[in-house]
Design a protein around this ligand. Structure first.
Ligand SMILES: [Zn+2]
Length: 251
């Protein structure tokens, strides 16, 4: 099954080496994108989520602290008002006129009303503070769990980046060892085309169609590609071309 339709297939050595280089280059490109862009972006995203969660807890604690302060302020304001009441009451026995007497009674009445209002606010605040304190406990527990999760994911992503970089270094070493066997002018041309054509400098042809630009090549070129050991480029995208018979692909 090696000889289909009289087309014998023997690959040019430079093309053979370029195919290996292309495979390595594509893998390096994919892994570089992951290591330098995708994973660092994911890492930055989880860092930001983590910072936001921390910020939320901090804001909540700040609010709770403000409410506690307000409650303490009210407490001392109530105490002050009570001592004002005591002072006003001390003045009563010395009062000479009804007008003065009524004025002091009115003052006392205002103080009492003020205390009632402040004590109402205190009760409301104490309820809020109690609710928020248990809510805070829950949030602190959640934040601790999030912190643990964040550290685990961060370590995982950082390890991922590290092993990708190791693999890229390996691939680059492999690449260098193959480069030495390629005709320099062909290699230079491949590098140039690869740069211009989205990292793909050599591609196969299937059913007469270049798999780099998906345009048809001429039947004559297709025939030469299948039958000769020559080096050919796509007339449309300039990429180097190769042909692998069906039975070799599946085998
Ligand atoms: Zn093409």
């Amino acid at each position: 099954m090696n000889d289909v339709g009289g087309a014998s297939h023997k690959m040019n050595a430079d093309i053979d080496a370029l195919i290996a280089i292309q495979k390595i280059d594509s893998e390096i490109a994919r892994k570089t994108r992951l290591a330098d862009k995708i994973l660092p972006e994911e890492l930055e995203k989880i860092r930001e989520d983590h910072r936001n969660a921390e910020q939320k807890l901090e804001n909540f604690e700040k609010q709770l602290e403000e409410e506690n302060k307000r409650r303490r302020d009210l407490e001392s304001a109530v105490e002050d008002t009570k001592s004002n009441i005591a002072k006003a009451k001390q003045k009563l026995p010395e009062v000479k006129t009804n007008v003065e007497y009524r004025a002091i009674l009115k003052e006392l009445d205002n103080f009492e009303k003020k205390i009632v209002a402040m004590e109402d606010e205190q009760i409301g605040l104490m309820e809020t503070i109690e609710e928020k304190s248990s809510e805070k406990e829950r949030l602190v527990r959640e934040a601790a769990a999030e912190e643990k999760k964040f550290n685990a994911i961060r370590a995982e992503k950082e390890d991922g980046i590290k092993s990708l970089k190791n693999r890229i270094a390996e691939l680059q070493t492999q690449r260098k060892s193959i480069l030495n066997g390629i005709t320099p002018s062909i290699l230079n041309n491949y590098e140039k085309i690869s740069k211009q054509r989205n990292g793909v400098g050599i591609t196969n042809v299937v059913d007469g169609s270049c798999q780099g630009c998906y345009q048809l090549i001429t039947p004559q070129l297709y025939y030469l590609l299948r039958t000769s050991e020559g080096i050919f480029q796509c007339p449309h995208c300039n990429r180097y071309l190769y042909y692998i018979p069906e039975e070799e692909k599946s085998g």
